[in-house]
Ligand binder design. Sequence first.
Ligand SMILES: Cc1cc2nc3c(=O)[nH]c(=O)nc-3n(C[C@H](O)[C@H](O)[C@H](O)COP(=O)(O)OP(=O)(O)OC[C@H]3O[C@@H](n4cnc5c(N)ncnc54)[C@H](O)[C@@H]3O)c2cc1C
Length: 379
Amino acid sequence: MNNKAQGNGSADVVVIGGGIIGCAVAMRLAQAKAKVTVLERGEIGAEASSAAAGMLAPQGEMISPPAFSDLCLKSRDLYPGFVAEIEELSGEKVGYRTDGAVLVGISDAECHELEETYHVQTKRGLPLELLTGDEARRRVPGLAAEIRTALFVPGDHWLDNVRLMSALAKACTRLGVTLRPHSDVKKLNATDGKVESVTVGGNGGGTTVSASQFILAAGCWSRDLTASPAMEKSLQPCRGQILEFESPDELPHVVRAGHFYLVPRASHRVVAGTTAEYTGYDKAVTAEGMRSVIEGVSRIAPFIKNYRFTRAWAGLRPDTKDHLPVVGHGELKNLIFSTGHFRNGILLAPANAQVVSELTLTGKSTTPSELYSPLRLSR
Ligand SMILES: Cc1cc2nc3c(=O)[nH]c(=O)nc-3n(C[C@H](O)[C@H](O)[C@H](O)COP(=O)(O)OP(=O)(O)OC[C@H]3O[C@@H](n4cnc5c(N)ncnc54)[C@H](O)[C@@H]3O)c2cc1C
């Protein structure tokens, strides 16, 4: 990596977007002594990275293809070290829990899918237990009497992603990363196939910031900066709505059936999700969204009906046409894409940071990147 002259308005690396993906990459680059600036349009971590439920669920999400599932498992395995580093640098706890998840089935189709998952994942050597409905109810008292089959997945973990973002931002600052909230990147300025600078508007005030390398980590808004109609079509925001309740009894595990789930949080809270809606950049919480989440979770955990509702929110997942991340170089030689992590951006943050920091520092990565190449989206 060629170092740019240091000073106002220039850096070795500019990261566009201060969500978990951008900040985790910035942290790794700063640890390798790069001078990193993160340009964030709003507040650091305030979009999808705070809206998420915080599950680290490479098994429960039943992810495919196998190479992507391997990346998710690898990232889950990187988490204990990632959390320990962030907690130490920031002095803040992130509510990291490794108590596992209970996946439940009521209908024939759900029970069949769980049994399939059990066989496929057991064959791959992944630990999980097939449970009867009664065994599931012993693990989580109060689960629906109609549950017939369940899986206990000890390797699916979770954390409080809001706390993680606060700690990660602090860790970045301690390592010397310049975090610039309210810096809206309006445009990439490229000549001869290379980005020279970005133009920053908003409270940053129409300035340019130059660097040797640029990383596009603007979540679902990344598509607005690519100036490529094909990219714009392939990258889509996918809205997810979440409800939070006060929970009188502590839920011992994550509980889920398909895309409906309950995730325990500290201070007697539980979050319930979620929807998957393609409604553009609209982050509204809707009556229909709330109805569907309440119906989905109370079907498996009827006790939620008596819980006191505290608040609801929505966030936008960065989805792609094949639901796989977009990581690597596109047509501009010093612009690395780091987006499209869809439902698993919290889980994938450590593995993604490893890949993208390797690419930035050496031009190569140990993880084969063809599957995630930005170029596939314009084919
Ligand atoms: C309801 C819901 C539940 C989820 N649950 C989970 C879960 O349990 N586990 C999991 O692993 N994942 C989950 N996800 C997915 C996860 O939240 C995302 O994949 C992840 O947060 C993406 O991170 P990001 O940094 O790419 O995006 P974001 O967090 O959206 O960050 C992108 C940032 O870029 C900024 N930005 C955009 N445009 C510009 C610009 N022009 N200039 C400067 N800055 C810009 C934005 O303001 C934003 O802060 C969930 C998502 C939702 C919505």
